[in-house]
Write a protein that binds this ligand. Structure first.
Ligand code: ADP
Length: 243
């Protein structure tokens, strides 16, 4: 497998009926990086991710590796290795952990592979189980998993689909301290050969795990840097931290 691809966004604009939600954003996430997106409600974070994944129409340019994503259908963008989680869980609660991963992997697998496979856990599923720390829970119904484990299963489902750009929407919301730490470690592991963009508000989590933070406000990039740098930026203090 070749190395990870980077994400390059140029002059991205998204408008809804004349209201500009994303207003000329340019953003580079180097291959293998974890980029945290923060900003007050309505800043345009979700809309930016929607534009990258093809859910809303946008102008400008979004390149992932050698591919331009803008103008492509959602499923084509997904096939180029772009995966996303939402704030609300999308796991099949009535199926087991293994079945959830199998279904996600099946979306990628060719019939030839399915026919060749006789029994046991396929390699990519076993690898994902290991990464997300759910190897001991394969037969557990997803609906009975702890909140944190469900989020990790979501990430696992992206891994077995071979997503190489992961866009995660508030992955640690509602998690315990232990779950947050485990998620930070998981993201570090996952980002070794993938590029990761995370919308996240949890400042404790950011201080511990964020290398670079991009602050959005009113559809524009307001500030960028380490957590300490953006927290010291008076523009950020004014609009985001509220003092
Ligand atoms: P964030 O994720 O940073 O909270 P959003 O991207 O959800 O911000 O929203 C940015 C702005 O765009 C908000 O003012 C929101 O009301 C508006 N917006 C988002 N989606 C739509 C839509 N489908 N139609 C109209 N306005 C929208």
């Amino acid at each position: 497998m070749s190395g990870p691809d980077g994400l390059a966004i140029r002059d991205l604009r998204v408008s809804f009926d004349g209201f500009t939600a994303v207003d000329g954003v340019s953003l580079d996430v180097p291959p293998g990086d974890i980029r945290f997106l923060i900003g007050p409600n309505g800043a345009g974070k979700t809309t930016l991710v929607d534009a990258v994944t093809g859910l809303v129409r946008a102008t400008g340019s979004v390149r992932f590796g050698e591919h331009e994503l803008l103008g492509r259908a959602v499923h084509r963008i997904s096939r180029l290795g772009v995966g996303r989680t939402f704030q609300t869980s999308t796991v099949f609660e009535e199926l087991t952990v293994l079945q959830n991963l199998d279904i996600a992997a099946g979306a990628r697998r060719s019939w030839a592979t399915l026919v060749r496979r006789r029994h046991g856990v396929p390699d990519e599923v076993a690898a994902a189980l290991d990464t997300i720390g759910l190897a001991g829970h394969v037969d557990q119904l997803a609906g009975t998993l702890a909140h944190g484990q469900k989020q990790w299963l979501e990430i696992g489902m992206l891994l077995v689909q071979d997503a190489r750009l992961l866009l995660l929407d508030e992955p640690v919301a509602g998690m315990s301290h232990e779950e947050r730490d485990a998620t930070g470690t998981l993201l570090e592991k996952v980002s070794r050969d993938r590029t990761v963009v995370v919308i996240e508000h949890d400042m404790d989590f950011l201080r511990r795990f964020a290398r670079t933070v991009t602050v959005l406000h009113a559809g524009k990039v307001l500030s960028e840097g380490t957590v300490a740098q953006v927290q010291a930026d008076p523009r950020v203090q004014e609009v985001y931290l509220g003092h």
